[in-house]
Structure formats: structure tokens, C-alpha cells
Design a protein around this ligand. Structure first.
Ligand SMILES: Cc1cc2nc3c(=O)[nH]c(=O)nc-3n(C[C@H](O)[C@H](O)[C@H](O)COP(=O)(O)OP(=O)(O)OC[C@H]3O[C@@H](n4cnc5c(N)ncnc54)[C@H](O)[C@@H]3O)c2cc1C
Length: 587
């Protein structure tokens, strides 16, 4: 059975030595009190919660799953107590606005906690993530009254949130949403319709649940332009002001799934349920995008946490399991970690986990700067980077996380396929991430159709310039790494020109190129992160952190020589055109 240890020393190494957390973030007036020492204390406490309270429930939660009975959902044994501990520790309000009872810590710290929780218990983490996203949407788009009504409860953890988009006939194409909302005389609305696949849509962890529901007002325009967002609580206030009165909505069932079995995926029937408009009429998608972008970043980080946990399990197994002979030595049997192919699997997972972590932490600091930096131009630049990279993170991380959990399973041999070792759960739990929060195919379309051309291409070019600068910084230290990054960046630049050009004449060009273009983008972005780590580690080779620095340089070598070259192959596929796909095949 696997155990999980939160990689606190890696977060701190990255924040302090690679990403200049103190200079970039803790120096800003809004975060002056959130120096590295405070961050360290918070992470150590979060790690303790994850290791001692959440990780022990990962396997039992998977085996027991959630139970639906007469509209109520019971989470697996121990989840209620674990959530109480989470709540008592003040974790729901970690990054929330102090005006609503939060602690106001940087968002990047909240994201680290998300990675740690996902590593310990991914299914448990799904309940928490959507509450954070609901907080973001109401806080960004809700009026004063709405914020006062909902935010203190979300911040204190007594209430949790959900995101209700999907309907039986409507998934990726939100323009098909049929759920209706009618204005009521008291200024509220009555919401009617069916939503499915609602994560944490019903459970016994919190006193109340706030559903954020996309619905259509009477006479609203067709398609996505006619969607509005509503906050619809499970319980309404009674005459005494206490939120105990059942709203007109019902959980009609939960799904039986391949993984994250302890996460309740609910069907909800809204039968004229009372709700309040969030943002403006017919501007619901805009408000929901705040929620989705926050969730997409959250599931990107979830991908890394899950892969970290699988890697830890595989590394431990590879050190213990003895099979075969070490090439060039008489000793036998040797621990399987001696074999090149096993090392390749471990390093594939490790290069992903450590590279992706450095990359999202870099972006997480930009996320905070987007809100707290005094320079408006810098804030706008950060917002641009986040918008560009969110679909890349969501898809590249979830695809590579699945690859990493598979590689971890491979290290276990046949034992990995057996439930007892626990590693197959990581593969099953991770398979949802490329599917939800907008499928990876839809993310790729977003990247090629909108993000790279947005702002006249200025953001994408600015990002390429950042990568170029990092490569130049690395050139005198590790010329081979720098050459590999330049080559990959050249492929990405050429592929970018190609997709923009070919979309002008071929209506299928973006759809056919999207997946490979996104993989190419992800590879180069990872190269950026590994370049940053290489430069930092180079300077620390003779310090007290020499061991950590050398380990980063060794994994960087693997990344630049054995993973990044895939960029050239992705570039060739991007340029292969759509004909071979769109030919009249019979399916
Ligand atoms: C466990 C779980 C939890 C979930 N949690 C939530 C939640 O909390 N809230 C919520 O609202 N939803 C949730 N979902 C729903 C999830 O977001 C959707 O399943 C997802 O968006 C895809 O929609 P769909 O399943 O209807 O697939 P479809 O939209 O039918 O897509 C099927 C396939 O066609 C592709 N496709 C569709 N349209 C296009 C296009 N225009 N171009 C190219 N390819 C296309 C897709 O990429 C996919 O491969 C959850 C789903 C699951 C399984």
C-alpha cells in the first residue's frame, strides 16, 4: 500500500531559488506579510493534514465510494471527520479576502495546498476545488448583497460550492443549455431544469451547498449569448433567518465511475428552485469563465499532485523489488531501480512532475501579480499569460499526468495491475482530468482558434520572448540544453505561423492540428521551466543545497535529451494538414 509525503522541500526550493518568490510576490504591499517563512509554516501544516488525515482515506474511499439514498448522498467513512479537520484548520479561507473572513494569503499558496491534497486524496480534493472556484466567481461578479450573503459561508467552510453546466444533451456545446430561469416578484429567480455530472452536487460534508447554475432567461438570445448565471443554494433561509429550508431541488442519483469514486458526481433536478443572479443577465458565460478558469488551473495542479503520489509509490517499489542482473555486474538479483528501462519510466514521471510544478508555480505567482501588482501594464501582461497558458496546462498536464501514472504502474510490473499495491487507483483517478473542465480536445481548439491570435498575437510572442531569454541565460552554463530548447522553440514558432496561416483557407485546420500544437506548446513551456531550474541549480552546486541542485540538473538532462525532442515530431504532425483526417473514412 502506498503512502504519500508532500514535497514541501521542492516547493520551497522552487519558490526561493528558482522563482524569486520574495522579490516577485512577498515584496508587493498586498503580500508583505506572506514571506517564505510563513509559507513554509503553512505548507508544513498542510502537509501534516494531508498525510495524516487525507492519505489514509484514499484507498478506503475508493473501495467504499459514495452512497445515494432518497436524494441524500453519504460520503465514505472518515470523509466527514477529515472535512471537519480541514475546516477547523481554517483551510477553506486560506486565500480568501479578509473582508469575508479569509486569511488573504497569495493564491499560489492555495494552489500548492491543492496539489498536496490531490496527492494525498484526489477524490477528497474535488469537493474543495469547486468551493474555491465558486468563491472566485461570486467574488468577481456578484453584487455587494450576494457577496455578503454567500462568501462568509464559503470562506468559513460551512457551505461548499458546485458548478452546474452539463445537461444530458449538452456537454461541450454550452449553447444547447435548456435550464430556464424566471424572474420572481421578490427580485430572485426560479430555476428549472436538469443538470448532470455535478461534482460534489450533493453530500454530507457541509451544512449547505451553493450551486452555480447556467440557465436561460425568458426571451434570452439563442446560444451562449443567452446564458445567465445563478447562485442556487440547497437550503434557503427560514423565518428565523437560519438556512434550513429545503430549496426546490433534488439529487436524483449519482454516477458509478471508473475512478475518483469517493467524489459524488450528482444529477440534480431544479424544480423552480430559488436562486439569485450572479453578474448581469445574459452575461453568465463570462461569470462562469471566471469559475472555469479557476477550476482549470485547479485541475492542472491536481494532475501534478496525482502524478507525484504515483511516482513516490513507484520509486519506493523500484528500490525494494529485486529482479534480474545489473548490466556489467555479477550481483543478482538487483533492485529493479538499477535497470535502464525502469529508470526511464521513473524519470519520465519525474521530469513531468518537477517541470510542471515549476511551471505552474511560475504562473501561480503571475496569477497573484495579476491582482496585486501596482503596475497596470504588468497586471495586464500577467492576465494575458494566464489566459494563454490555462488550456495548455489543463490539457498537457492532464495528458502527461496520465502518462506518468501509467509509467509508475509499469514499474510495478504485473503487481501494478493488482489493486493491493494501490498504483492502479492513480491511473483510474487521473483518467477523468483530460475529460472534465472542458475536454482536452476543446482546450486545444481554444488555444489554436483564440488564444494564440488574441491581442493580435502579442501575448504569445511575449511568451516566446520569455522562453528565448531563458534559453540564452542557460547557453553558457549548458549549451546542449540551450540548443535543444532553441530548436523546440523554433518548431513552435514555425508551427504557430503555420496554424494561423492554414486556418485562413482550411476550415478543418485548427481541429486537425490542435492536439499536436498544444502538446508542442506544452513541451516548450516545460522547457522554459527546466531552463529556469537549470540556471538556478547551476549556481547552487557548491552550496548547502548541492544535492538538490545536482538532482535538478540530472533530471534536466533527461528532459532536454529525451523528452523535449518530441517537439520536432509534433511540429511535423501540425504541418501534416487535415486531409488525412477529413477524408471520407467510414467509421
Ligand atoms: C466525473 C465527472 C465530473 C464532472 N464534473 C462536472 C461538474 O462539476 N460540472 C459540470 O457542469 N460538468 C461536469 N462534468 C461534465 C464534463 O465537464 C463533461 O463531460 C465534458 O465537458 C464533456 O462533455 P460531454 O461528456 O457531454 O462530451 P461531448 O461534449 O459530447 O463530447 C464528446 C467528444 O466530442 C468532442 N467534441 C465535442 N464538441 C467538439 C467540437 N466542437 N470540436 C471538437 N471536438 C468536440 C469532445 O472533445 C469529446 O471527445 C463532469 C464529468 C465527469 C465524468
Amino acid at each position: 500500500m502506498s503512502t504519500y509525503t508532500a514535497p514541501v522541500s521542492d516547493y520551497l526550493f522552487l519558490l526561493e531559488h528558482v522563482l524569486d518568490y520574495e522579490g516577485e510576490l512577498a515584496s508587493l504591499p498586498a503580500h508583505r506579510e506572506a514571506g517564505l517563512e510563513l509559507v513554509r509554516a503553512v505548507l508544513e501544516e498542510g502537509a501534516r493534514l494531508a498525510q495524516e488525515a487525507l492519505a489514509p482515506l484514499n484507498r478506503s474511499g475508493d473501495e467504499e465510494g459514495c452512497r445515494w439514498e432518497d436524494g441524500r448522498v453519504r460520503t465514505p467513512r472518515g470523509f466527514g471527520q477529515a472535512y471537519s479537520l480541514y475546516r477547523e484548520g481554517g483551510w477553506p479561507g486560506l486565500v480568501a479576502d479578509p473582508a469575508f473572513g479569509g486569511q488573504g494569503l497569495p493564491r499560489v499558496v492555495g494552489l500548492i495546498l491543492r496539489e498536496i491534497v490531490s496527492g494525498a486524496n484526489t477524490a477528497f480534493g474535488t469537493y474543495l476545488g469547486l468551493s474555491q472556484s465558486a468563491y472566485s466567481a461570486i467574488s468577481a461578479h456578484g453584487g455587494e448583497a450576494l457577496r455578503k450573503r454567500f462568501l462568509p459561508h464559503l470562506v468559513d467552510g460551512g457551505w461548499m460550492g458546485t458548478m452546474c453546466l452539463t445537461e444530458p444533451h449538452c456537454g461541450s456545446d454550452l449553447g444547447l443549455i435548456r435550464t430556464r430561469a424566471e424572474p420572481a416578484p421578490d427580485g430572485a429567480y426560479r430555476v428549472t431544469g436538469t443538470k448532470i455530472f455535478v461534482t460534489a452536487g450533493e453530500h454530507d460534508l457541509s451544512d449547505n451547498i451553493v450551486h452555480l447554475v447556467l440557465a436561460r432567461l425568458p426571451d434570452a438570445p439563442a446560444g451562449t449569448k443567452g446564458l445567465s448565471l445563478f447562485a442556487v443554494p440547497k437550503l434557503l433561509p427560514g423565518e428565523d433567518g437560519e438556512w434550513t429550508l429545503p430549496n426546490m431541488l433534488e439529487c436524483t442519483g449519482i454516477e458509478h465511475k471508473m475512478g475518483i469514486k469517493a467524489s459524488a458526481t450528482a444529477s440534480l433536478a431544479f424544480n423552480g428552485a430559488r436562486g439569485w443572479l450572479v453578474g448581469r443577465e445574459n452575461q453568465g458565460l463570462r461569470a462562469m469563465f471566471t469559475m472555469m478558469n479557476s477550476s482549470r488551473l485547479g485541475v492542472s495542479v491536481q494532475s501534478v499532485g496525482l502524478a507525484e503520489a504515483a511516482l513516490q509509490a513507484a520509486s519506493a517499489y523500484a528500490r525494494e523489488r529485486r529482479q534480474g542482473r545489473d548490466a556489467g555486474s555479477a550481483e543478482a538479483p538487483v533492485p529493479i531501480v538499477a535497470h535502464a528501462d525502469v529508470r526511464r519510466n521513473l524519470l519520465t514521471a519525474r521530469a513531468f512532475v518537477e517541470g510542471a510544478r515549476a511551471l505552474w508555480l511560475w504562473a501561480g505567482i503571475r496569477l497573484d501579480q495579476q491582482y496585486a501588482h501596482p503596475d497596470a501594464e504588468h497586471r495586464a501582461r500577467c492576465e494575458g499569460y494566464l489566459a494563454l497558458l490555462t488550456p495548455v496546462f489543463k490539457s498537457y498536464f492532464s495528458d502527461r499526468s496520465f502518462e506518468a501514472t501509467n509509467a509508475a504502474m509499469q514499474v510495478f510490473g504485473g503487481h501494478g495491475y493488482i489493486r493491493e499495491t494501490g498504483v492502479e487507483q492513480y491511473v483510474r483517478d487521473g483518467r477523468i482530468i483530460p475529460l472534465y473542465e472542458g475536454t482536452n480536445g476543446i482546450q486545444a481548439l481554444d488555444l489554436v482558434s483564440r488564444k494564440i491570435t488574441g491581442d493580435g498575437g502579442a501575448v504569445v510572442q511575449a511568451f516566446f520572448a520569455l522562453v528565448q531569454r531563458e534559453s540564452e541565460r542557460m547557453e553558457c552554463l549548458r549549451p546542449g540544453f540551450s540548443r535543444a530548447l532553441n530548436e523546440a522553440l523554433g518548431s513552435l514558432r514555425a508551427a504557430t505561423d503555420h496554424v494561423i496561416e492554414s486556418a485562413r483557407t482550411d476550415p478543418h485546420a485548427n481541429g486537425a492540428a490542435g492536439h499536436d500544437y498544444l502538446q508542442l506548446f506544452g513541451l516548450v513551456a516545460m522547457g522554459f521551466a527546466w531552463a529556469k531550474m537549470t540556471c538556478a541549480a547551476h549556481g547552487l552546486r557548491d552550496s548547502g543545497l548541492a544535492g538538490m541542485a545536482q538532482s535538478k540538473l540530472d533530471v534536466a538532462d533527461f528532459f532536454f535529451s529525451r523528452i523535449l525532442p518530441e517537439a520536432g515530431y509534433r511540429h511535423r504532425i501540425v504541418c501534416a494538414g487535415s486531409e488525412s483526417i477529413m477524408a471520407p473514412h467510414s467509421f
